[in-house]
Design a binder for this molecule. Structure first.
Ligand code: UTP
Length: 298
């Protein structure tokens, strides 16, 4: 049995440039794009809070104002809605400001996801912690993060979330080489490669945007040279940890088979919004019947 410390903190990097989504990301982080009526980032914060991680650190870039404002209170708007007796809207705006303890740290230069995670070192300290990417949404009806935390606590290593993708799609992701762990539902990760060509990929298992990391990752990131695209890659640091034995070593994977929505590029984002809206009781029935008519008319 491992004596690892409990996981209490979540780190959400939101300092990327979001170039796939320009021009809307010129002055706004892509994590603030609306998914139906909430910004993508709110779903992610809610997911962290739902598994007990209510100490949240966002790694922000130059456009952090909108994020901070969204998770802050707006007394004047609250007062107006109160006066009007609009309880429903009041509750909707208060929801995001009551979501646990949110802290912010600046990344400065967006030098990659690994560098963004390294910016969390002082806040996180020597405890295992979760990393959630703000443009990857996991359906609240499907469990992932809670299971990853259990695997981290059982193994004492680091844990990545994996998902099977068609082989030709693997070059958009980090890819893992894995083997089964006897008697367990998780796998051991032996190697990780960032965005491989399909013919070089060691599997069709893509790394998706959830991690539960041992704090040893910080020391490794400090030593990690910029990799692909001149960025400090988290995947490269995890590759080092996967090969390490003893304290803080070992990387494991939880294969997710539930519903995931990518909001990081235009087409995936549109699919995510339509899927989630069509399942909403308040919008779904009308949207679905309109979609049927629309498709029939194409
Ligand atoms: P992505 O590669 O998806 O984000 O990084 P990006 O660089 O913003 O997007 P494109 O490719 O230019 O469109 C994954 C996550 O890591 C964060 C991003 O905000 C995103 O949530 N990130 C990335 C940082 O916080 N800092 C970085 O230096 C890079």
């Amino acid at each position: 049995m491992s004596t690892t410390k409990p996981v209490r903190k979540a780190v959400i990097p939101v300092a990327g440039l979001g170039t796939r989504f320009l021009p809307v990301t010129k002055a706004m982080p892509k994590e603030m794009l609306p998914v139906v009526d909430k910004p993508a980032i709110q779903y992610v914060v809610e997911e962290a809070v739902s598994v007990g991680l209510d100490d949240i650190l966002m790694i922000t870039g130059r456009n952090k104002r909108a994020l901070e404002d969204h998770f802050d209170r707006v007394p004047s708007l609250e007062a107006t809605l109160e006066e009007k007796g609009d309880e429903k809207k009041l509750a909707a705006i208060q929801e995001s400001s009551n979501l646990g303890d949110i802290h912010y740290v600046r990344q400065g230069d967006p030098k990659g996801l690994g560098h963004a995670v390294l910016c969390a070192q002082r806040h996180v300290g020597a405890e295992p912690f979760a990393v959630l990417l703000g443009d990857d949404l996991i359906d609240e009806r499907d469990e992932l993060l809670g299971e990853m935390i259990r695997v981290q606590q059982a193994t004492g290593g680091s844990v990545v979330a994996l998902m099977e993708v068609p082989r030709e799609a693997i070059s958009a992701y980090g890819c893992a080489k894995v083997s089964p762990v006897e008697g367990e539902s998780f796998v051991q990760v032996h190697g990780l490669v960032e965005k491989p060509a399909p013919e070089d990929a060691p599997s069709n298992l893509a790394i998706i945007g959830r991690y539960v990391l041992h704090p040893a990752v910080f020391g490794v990131l400090e030593e990690t040279e910029p990799g692909r695209g001149g960025e400090i890659q988290l995947t490269d640091a995890l590759q080092t940890l996967a090969r390490r034995e003893g304290e803080g070593g070992g990387v494991y994977g939880v294969v997710f088979r539930g519903r995931r929505y990518d909001t990081g590029d235009k087409l995936s984002y549109l699919k995510a919004v339509v899927t989630l809206a069509s399942e909403r009781p308040d919008l779904g029935p009308e949207l679905r019947s309109w979609l049927e008519e629309f498709v029939a008319g194409l």
